[in-house]
Design a protein around this ligand. Structure first.
Ligand code: DGI
Ligand code: FE
Ligand code: FE
Length: 199
């Protein structure tokens, strides 16, 4: 069981190792995840803990990320080697276990897959992925107002919209697409297409 007191302690610790803006973003993801947990009937404290820790490995430089992966035996793909910022989710799950004492596999998995997603995610995994995109501090993302609304109506449709817009953004710029992001998109697009056929 997660105690509210533990969340408080973790907030304090994160405040010291994240930048001010990253810490604000983290709090935004924490309470957005809590609100979505209420809507989708999952454990609120688990959603808050995953939201709090999702970017806990974000504020270290790329070289150190790679060294830390070696230290903790985390395997890195070629795409991650070329785009080391992607590593913060995998490494974040390791930090959550090693530095913050989290042993719940579903929380660790929600942290691990929060950037690329993965096909067939659990409700907690989807909530962290979505809360990361819609938290109140975000303002540059496309279709935010619509996605924020859908996030509390149809969680799989929100996944589809976020992945669609993320891929469109990456295709228009320098960002190399991780095959997992593409696979996740295709999974949620299939659900979207099936729904459109029914109505
Ligand atoms: O850590 P945050 O900034 O809060 O959020 P995040 O971990 O979701 O990272 C957001 C960025 O990740 C956003 O600019 C889109 C990008 N992203 C998602 N999938 C991929 C990706 N970037 C690359 N290069 N490749 C991907 O497959
Ligand atoms: Fe992140
Ligand atoms: Fe984030």
């Amino acid at each position: 069981m997660i105690q509210r007191e533990d969340l408080k302690k973790i907030r304090k610790k994160l405040k010291d190792c994240l930048s001010k803006s990253r810490y604000q973003h983290t709090l935004g993801v924490e309470f957005t995840a809590a609100a979505m947990a209420m809507k989708y009937s999952i454990d609120i404290d688990m959603a808050e803990l995953a939201g709090l820790l999702h970017d806990c490995a974000k504020c270290i430089d790329d070289e150190e990320k790679l060294e830390e992966c070696k230290k903790y035996n985390v395997k890195i793909t070629d795409v991650e080697k070329r785009n080391p910022f992607l590593i913060h989710s995998k490494l974040g799950a390791v930090y959550a276990r090693e530095k913050y004492g989290v042993d719940d596999e579903e929380i660790l998995s929600a942290i691990r897959c929060h950037t690329t997603g993965k096909p067939d995610m659990t409700t907690l995994e989807k909530i962290i992925f979505i809360a990361d995109y819609i938290e109140p501090g975000r303002d540059k993302e496309k279709n935010l107002a619509e996605i924020r609304k859908i996030s509390f109506e149809d969680i799989d449709e929100a996944m589809y919209m976020i992945l669609r817009d993320t891929l469109e953004y990456l295709e228009g710029g320098e960002g190399e697409i991780d095959p997992t992001t593409e696979e996740t998109y295709l999974f949620y697009k299939k659900l979207h297409d099936e729904k459109s056929r029914i109505v």
